[in-house]
Design a protein. Structure first.
Length: 68
C-alpha cells in the first residue's frame, strides 16, 4: 500500500513526498503530462501520469493506495 501525493511537482508537494520516502513510506506521485517534474529528482517514488479530473485515471492511480 502506498501514499499518493498530488501536487508533488510543486514546492510543498515535493517536500512532502521526500519526507514520506525518508520515513520509509511507499510513495506514488501524480504528475500531469504538462508538468515540469524536476522537483522530484532524487526522490525514490513511483511516478504516475494522469489528471485528477479524468475518472479513468483515478481508478488506476488510486488502486493500492492507502491514503492521499
Amino acid at each position: 500500500m502506498s501514499t499518493l501525493v498530488t501536487g508533488a511537482t510543486g514546492f510543498v508537494g515535493s517536500h512532502i513526498a521526500r519526507l514520506l520516502v525518508e520515513r520509509g513510506e511507499q510513495v506514488r506521485v501524480l504528475v500531469r503530462r504538462t508538468s515540469l517534474a524536476t522537483a522530484l529528482d532524487g526522490i525514490a517514488c513511483e511516478r504516475v501520469m494522469g489528471d485528477l479530473r479524468e475518472t479513468v485515471h483515478l481508478k488506476t492511480i488510486l488502486r493500492g493506495t492507502r491514503r492521499v
